[in-house]
Every structure is written in C-alpha cells, then in structure tokens.
Design a protein around this ligand. Structure first.
Ligand SMILES: Nc1ncnc2c1ncn2[C@@H]1O[C@H](COP(=O)(O)OP(=O)(O)OP(=O)(O)O)[C@@H](O)[C@H]1O
Ligand SMILES: [Mg+2]
Length: 304
C-alpha cells in the first residue's frame, strides 16, 4: 500500500512543495519548515527535533546520532548494483534491497529514496534522526545512511520474515497462516514499540504511519516498527495537539485527525486499533475487491 496524505492525494504530490512555513490548503493546515541546507545533516536534525528518552542511554536516547554514513559506491557494491534479484519490496518512499556489507560482515536492508525533491528529503532526515535517537527492541535498527550528491539511502538491520502484511494479508500460495499466539505476540510487540514512542521519549513521538506493512518481523516473528519519515514530536506543555498537514495511509488514519489536521498520540492509538482488527480478522483495512459494505474494515466491524 502506498503512503498517501489521508486527504486522498498522493504523498508525492508536488503541489504543496513551496518553502513556506505555514499556510492553509483545502482546509488542512500545511506546516512545512524549509530545510536549512547550509548546516550538516546531524545539526539540522538536532535543531528540529531536540528530544531525549527517559530511562537512560541503554534504552536509547543519549542524544547522539549513532548511524554510520556510507558512500553510494559501498551500497551499490552491497546490493550488486541494485540488481533486481536483491529487491525485497517497494513502497511510496522507494525500493528496498537486500544487501551484504563486507566491511562489517552484516546482511542489511537498503532503502533507496526516489529522487523527487524536498518532501522526500525531509522524510529522510526525520527518519535518520528518529531512528538514531530512539532505540528499543520493538523499533527497527537504523545502521546508517548515505547522502551522496542527490542520492538518499537508508541502511537498516535486515528483517528476515519481511512485513506483517506479507504474512497476514497477502499470503503467497503454500505459506502457512499465522497462528493465534503468534498474532497476539506481534500485536503486543507493536504495542510496546508504540508505548516507547509515546511514554518514554520526551517530548513524545507521534508515529503517524502504523500499518501492517510497517511492522517488520525478525526471527521467531519478533515485531519491530519501521518507517519514521512521517513521525512528529507530540504536544508539549498545555497543548493538546500539534497542527500539521494530514499525512498517513488511507484506512489507518484517525477520522478526527483527517478532518482537522490536529494530531495527538491518540491518532496512533486509532491506527493501532485498525492493525489489531486486521490481525484478528485477517482482512485489509481497505479492500476494494469486496462488496461496498465490506470494503472499509472499521465500518464493517461496527455494522457487519
Ligand atoms: N529492514 C527490512 N528488512 C527486510 N525487509 C524489509 C525491510 N524494510 C522493508 N522491507 C521490505 O520492503 C517492503 C517495502 O517497504 P517500504 O517501507 O518501502 O514500503 P511499505 O511500508 O510497503 O509502504 P509505504 O511506503 O506506504 O510505507 C516491505 O513491505 C518489506 O517487505
Ligand atoms: Mg514501510
């Protein structure tokens, strides 16, 4: 499923790319700060997202950027020059390849960002910052990144069982269905990852993109949340919400956020509820191949 603004436009919509700081469009608050290209990546990130994690550095949050930098040549070598046999999948951000880093003797997943401008670059920076500062057994580990010229790539730990979507919703023939205990284990692990973002990080982090394709599975179906390019810092002080452009994936987006652009931690809790329904029913959040009354999972569950 592609990453799209909940309002229905493609997330690669270029119409809203002007470098203004805050404006209104189609009733939705658009809030995009221009990137300060004069500063190094890590400094820009820390200026924009100054936060720490409660519970000491072991649990993540020493404040230092731990991700390594790689050259494009290193990553091209690791993926046999992005050969199709190394392709793991493709999302709205770009293609993901399996790679082997000879220097560290590590199998990795390398996401190559589509080269189409500022919006993608911002998501890239947010992803590097978030995953560099947030460490938890239920959040995917970012090993490093590459920002050579106009190339933007992210290097993650390789998750051998792919995404929850691959096991739950789009099962290839001959693949075993997940048993109930495994489903519950995955749901509990995803909830722990979300709890870390909401309750341990300070200020809290709103994930904004919780869905089955972003829950990656390791050995023994150990789940980890991935894709933090849309993540936002949550409200601080007396504020109840942050106002932002409505982004996310149709079917998972909380209706009040989609209507008002007012983002709260509860927006993630709504998405978690949709994922839980998918885990329990084995149905997709939105399935256009079904009869009209059954296409939207939440509506169908409310009034089957
Ligand atoms: N670290 C990883 N290890 C193994 N496979 C991965 C990893 N990251 C991504 N993948 C695979 O690549 C596919 C595409 O991932 P990607 O995050 O680009 O898109 P998506 O989540 O499917 O869609 P969207 O862009 O809308 O979030 C995933 O479904 C998964 O199968
Ligand atoms: Mg993803």
């Amino acid at each position: 499923m592609k990453w799209i603004p909940c309002s229905g436009r493609s997330r690669r919509d270029t119409k809203n790319k002007k470098n203004s700081s805050s404006r209104k469009k189609n009733g939705v608050i658009v809030n995009q700060k221009p990137l300060d290209q004069t500063k190094p990546t890590s400094e820009r990130l820390r200026d924009d997202y100054p936060f720490h994690v409660r519970g000491g550095s072991k649990n993540g949050g020493s404040g230092s950027i731990t991700a390594q930098t790689f050259t494009f040549r290193e990553l091209a070598t690791a993926t046999k020059h992005f050969r199709s046999e190394c392709l793991l999948g493709e999302g709205g951000f770009g293609r993901v390849y399996k790679g082997y880093m000879e220097s560290t003797n590590q199998v990795v997943a390398i996401k190559q960002l589509n080269r189409n401008g500022l919006q993608g670059n911002r998501e890239f920076l947010v992803e590097v910052l978030m995953l560099s500062l947030l460490h938890h057994p239920n959040l995917v580990n970012l090993i490093g990144y590459c920002a050579d010229g106009d190339q933007r790539l992210l290097v993650y730990e390789y998750m051998p069982l792919g995404s929850l979507e691959d096991h739950l919703l789009e099962i290839s023939p001959g693949k075993k269905r997940l048993d109930w205990n495994t489903r519950m284990k995955i749901a509990a692990g995803a909830a722990k990852g979300l709890e870390h973002l909401h309750d341990k990080a300070s200020p809290p982090v709103i994930y904004r993109d919780l869905k089955c394709s972003n829950i990656l599975l390791g050995e023994g179906y150990h789940p980890k949340l991935s894709d933090f390019g849309l993540a936002k810092l949550g409200p601080v002080g007396d504020n109840t919400h942050v106002s932002t452009r409505v982004m996310g994936t149709y079917g998972y987006c909380a209706p009040e956020y989609a209507m008002t652009g007012q983002l709260t931690l509860k927006s993630d809790v709504y998405s978690f509820g949709v994922v839980l329904l998918e885990i329990i029913t084995g149905r997709k959040a939105i399935d256009n191949s079904k009869a009209t009354a059954e296409q939207n999972l939440v509506a169908w569950v409310r009034d089957p």
